[in-house]
Write a protein that binds this ligand. Structure first.
Ligand SMILES: [Zn+2]
Ligand SMILES: [Zn+2]
Length: 285
């Protein structure tokens, strides 16, 4: 049996990348020998290969919600896995609307897909992906891994999910994108690892000045739809989790703020092991 781990492939919040920045959200979870992809932001394909994954083994994908920093590279990942030899079914769990994205992606690549079926003898990619629409509660159980989901608070989206992955040995929870919610304390109760999104409050005004578009809409979105690091820390403490990892970091590319600032933001609210996410970090479970 291979070791259990989660690799944070992309750890920045939001879709934009700039020189020196980390990549949008994507994760690889290995449990009981199963390779599970959680979110497919830009860079997910490179990130998976970087972890040593054979893309033809892709079989299980979860997408938390339909913001581009979580699914922009979903189609390219599946297509690239197909060209890398994928012949077996992929189960894709995501919010309502993901089917329209997938159908449109396939339509946009129709010429290439048809050509490779004809010219290279590949199976039809259109028949390999089964989409399952997410709802709260039990999502699936397979090979000793059970998955449950709850809706988070991430307006204006309604279908935004946190995920819990359990085996008989470990319990990992992804917060998804969310404002701080009490429901997550219960959902993550006693987990071995909580991966929570986080913003650094002190750094937001500078970020707003750099990337804001002149209105206060972006700041208002951050404040109503995301979680400060200190609030993520409080949730982890109340949930009694064993370890806390911060990801979906906002900001992620401000040279004036580094790991120490995230540690300082959490201090006093969480005194357990803290992992400040960076792209490619592998956390043993
Ligand atoms: Zn996001
Ligand atoms: Zn989002």
């Amino acid at each position: 049996m291979t070791e259990d781990y989660v690799a944070l492939l992309g750890t920045k919040g939001g879709p934009a990348i700039r020189p020196g920045s980390s990549m949008p959200t994507a994760n690889l979870l290995c449990l009981n020998g199963q390779q599970i992809v959680v979110d497919c932001g830009l860079g997910v394909t490179r990130g998976l290969v970087g972890q040593g994954m054979q893309l033809k083994d892709l079989s299980l994908i979860f997408v938390s919600h339909m913001h581009s920093d979580h699914y922009l590279e979903l189609g390219p990942l599946l297509h690239t896995a197909w060209t890398a030899g994928l012949k077996t079914d992929v189960d894709l769990y995501g919010p309502a609307g993901l089917d329209a994205y997938w159908d449109s992606f396939l339509a946009s690549m129709k010429a290439d897909i048809d050509l490779r079926i004809e010219d290279e003898g590949r199976p039809d990619l259109r028949n390999l992906v089964a989409i399952h629409v997410l709802d709260e509660g039990t999502v699936m159980a397979r090979g000793g891994v059970s998955v449950t989901a709850i809706r988070t608070e991430h307006p204006p989206l309604v279908d935004c999910f946190a995920f819990s992955f359990r085996t008989d040995r470990t319990h990992v929870v992804f917060s998804g994108d969310t404002a701080p919610i009490k429901a997550l304390e219960d959902f993550a109760r006693g987990a071995d690892l909580l991966i929570h999104e986080a913003m650094l409050e002190a750094a937001l005004p500078a970020l707003m000045a750099r990337v804001g578009n002149g209105s206060d809409k972006l700041m208002a979105h951050w404040l109503r739809s995301h979680t400060f690091a200190h609030d993520a820390a409080r949730i982890a403490t109340k949930a009694g989790v064993r370890r806390l990892a911060l990801s979906h970091l906002i900001p992620s590319d401000d040279p004036d703020y580094g790991v120490k600032d995230w540690q300082d933001a959490v201090a006093g609210h969480w005194d357990g092991p803290l992992i400040v996410g960076h792209d490619g970090i592998r956390i043993g479970l």
